[in-house]
Design a binder for this molecule. Structure first.
Ligand code: GLU
Length: 552
């Protein structure tokens, strides 16, 4: 028995399986040529960040567009940073935006798929098996340095003017004789397991990142920690073991990991694993007083995906907007394929922005108005009701009690070639519909400058007797036109423009007065339909109130 094999036995006496056992348990996936296997691997340390949702979407699209597989792995090796409902927060966030998890962690205590467990805290035996193999092969060793010793090392290195870290000749426990190591083990001295890095920083490692392109970096020579004193793996080691055994082909993750790739490549090779492909996503940025900065969990409410749920952005809008950030050709594709489902978009990982995409809420709102404009009234009603149930109970009750009215109103201007684009998010609907219900209607009798209160009264006094709630659009408009001449207005807009001094205003001004009197607004969808929906009693009462207000 070599010293390395003996050391491996001493460190991991309980490891019952061999790497071959695990290779057999988790065979290569049976997928068609070119299929990509990706994952989303968050730590349950807080709410789901929009950047996390973005990464998950990119990973999922990469899998979906190639007939591959996507799974959710929970990286919960840092118990100190974990929060109570971390897993639920992630799953709720993903679900709210239609990222279905069919493989991996599916609930607080549930999972699905043949490559689990998908929660790192449940994989300790697996990590130990591969750690043992590394020790056997002389690629890992225990290090008994205390925090103070490491601090002294750092100070000495600083004095010497060399790179800080545990490497080469500074790696005290790298080459200690077995007896010395055994003595410490017998004393029960706490230790970490370190990687014996084969790297030389004078040499370069080159890899092709799917998003960033060709990258060249010095080789890693740090003997990084693989297992912490409690036997729990570091991110680096867990990533390597998990992505190998879960047969990930493309590691899609945030670009804060890019500097670790030289270490990761060494680790994959030392374990005898094929190195996966990497795709590092730049963080989502925001323009703040002219400066580009990362979207911040602390400063920006829109960083949390719950913000979009509460504001009532449909999931389709958020996904659609994230796609405009992901692939710059998405908008052209959307213009050419107005109603195609998102899944038809030929997403391309290689077309991702190399530097951070700029997040713009105004743009999201525009995208969302477009998305909502293509929904039918029933869908808009249904989503709004759902949003209101969570976020605006009084409005929910009003909406539920007036379903037909609300749907009839929401149907105005929908379904045609150029649908109206009034609504960007469900939280705008209470205001959009407010004049439909007496409970929320607020009169506002302010008139445009060119119309006097006296004229407004005359218009309404002439209109009220001829108003008929059964009039169709044509008849309605003819009636409004018929009011014009006797009151000094013209039914002909062109005529007014040619000779404005000859008239008090034109037919548009006349209908504006009726609009203001009945809705409190100067701008609404088709007024004739609105009056039909409001019904005779409401319309006459509102005309009456307006006449009184303008008379006083
Ligand atoms: N758990 C890591 C993080 O939260 C995941 C990185 C990865 O996707 O590999 O950043």
């Amino acid at each position: 028995m070599t010293d390395a094999v003996r050391l491996a036995e001493l460190l991991f006496p309980d490891v019952a399986k061999t790497p071959e056992d695990y290779e057999a348990m988790y065979p290569e996936r049976d997928l068609p040529e070119g299929a990509r296997v990706t994952r989303f691997a968050p730590s349950p340390t807080g709410f789901l960040h929009i950047g996390g949702l973005f990464a998950a979407l990119i990973a999922k699209l990469t899998a979906d567009t190639t007939g591959g597989a996507f799974f959710l792995r929970i990286e919960d090796t840092d118990k100190k940073r974990e929060i109570e409902d971390g897993v639920s927060a992630i799953l709720d966030g993903l679900n709210a935006f239609g990222i279905d998890v069919t493989e991996g962690v599916t609930g607080k205590d549930t999972e699905a798929g043949a490559y689990g467990p998908y929660q790192q805290s449940k994989r300790k035996d697996i990590y130990h098996c591969f750690a043992k193999q590394l020790v056997q092969n002389g690629m890992a060793y225990p290090c008994f340095c205390t925090a103070e010793e490491l601090e002294e090392l750092r100070a000495a290195q600083e004095k010497e003017g060399v790179n800080p870290g545990y490497y080469g000749k500074y790696a005290k426990w790298r080459d200690q004789p077995l007896e010395t190591v055994e003595a410490e083990l017998q004393k029960g001295t706490p230790y970490v397991l370190r990687f014996r890095s084969p790297g030389d920083p004078e040499k370069k490692v080159v890899f092709d990142d799917f998003i960033k392109g060709k990258i060249e970096m010095p080789e890693n020579d740090i003997d990084i920690v693989l297992l912490k004193t409690d036997g729990i793996p570091t991110y680096h080691f867990a990533h390597c073991v998990d992505d190998h055994l879960m047969r990930t082909t493309h590691v899609v993750r945030g670009d804060e990991w890019i500097s670790s790739v030289p270490t990761h490549i060494q680790l994959f090779k030392a374990c005898g694993f094929r190195v996966p492909k990497f795709a590092h996503i730049a963080p989502i940025m925001k323009l703040d007083e002219g400066n580009k900065r990362k979207l911040s969990k602390r400063k920006d409410p829109e960083a949390a995906v719950s913000y979009y749920v509460e504001e009532g952005y449909p999931k389709e809008s958020v996904l659609e907007y994230l796609l405009t950030l992901a692939n710059s050709n998405f908008e052209d594709w959307r213009r050419a394929n107005k109603t195609a489902p998102l899944s038809d978009f030929p997403f391309n990982l290689k077309k991702m922005s190399v530097s951070g995409a700029l997040f713009d809420l105004a743009k999201l709102n525009d995208v969302s108005k477009n998305v909502i404009s293509l929904m039918d009234a029933d869908t808009v009603y249904h989503y709004t009701l759902q949003w209101a149930a969570e976020n605006n109970q009084p409005f929910h009750d009003l909406l539920a009690a007036n379903e037909d009215k609300a749907k009839a109103f929401l149907a105005i201007g929908r379904g045609g070639k150029k649908p109206r684009k009034d609504i960007g998010k469900w939280s705008e609907v209470p205001d959009y519909l407010s004049y439909l219900f007496d409970e929320t209607y607020q009169s506002d009798y302010a008139l445009p400058e060119n119309i006097s209160a006296g004229d407004a009264v005359s218009i309404l006094e002439s209109y009220a007797p001829i108003y008929d709630e059964t009039d169709d659009n044509n008849t309605w408009f003819e009636k409004v036109k018929s009011l014009c001449e006797p009151l000094g207005f013209t039914p002909n807009v062109k005529e007014y423009k040619e000779n404005p001094d000859a008239f008090k205003g034109h037919v548009g001004d006349v209908s504006t007065v009726i609009r203001i009197a009945t809705t409190g607004r100067t701008n609404t969808p088709d007024l004739c339909t609105i009056l039909q929906i409001l019904g005779k009693d409401t319309v006459l009462a509102r005309l009456d109130n307006a006449i009184r207000a303008w008379k006083s």
